[in-house]
Design a protein around this ligand. Structure first.
Ligand code: ZN
Length: 71
């Protein structure tokens, strides 16, 4: 894969909320469930961020537990 393509892929799999690279390694390699993993992470990460924004620490904690369990 070209450097440019790796960069594009890394960007695509970087969480906009926490900046973590999800479902993809730093060389841009993907697994079978990469997109699924990424989408699930972003969905949960968004819940954490929104709860924090709303000042709901309890909900943020719960959402963060879900995120870390990652199932
Ligand atoms: Zn995230």
């Amino acid at each position: 894969m070209k450097k440019h393509d790796i960069f594009k892929r890394l960007k695509k799999f970087t969480c906009p909320y926490c900046g973590a690279l999800v479902g993809c390694d730093e060389l841009g390699r993907l697994g079978m469930y990469s997109l699924k993993m990424y989408n699930r992470h972003v969905e949960r990460c968004q819940e954490v961020v929104e709860a924090l924004r709303a000042g709901d620490a309890q909900e943020a904690e719960r959402a963060r537990d879900d995120l870390q369990r990652g199932d």
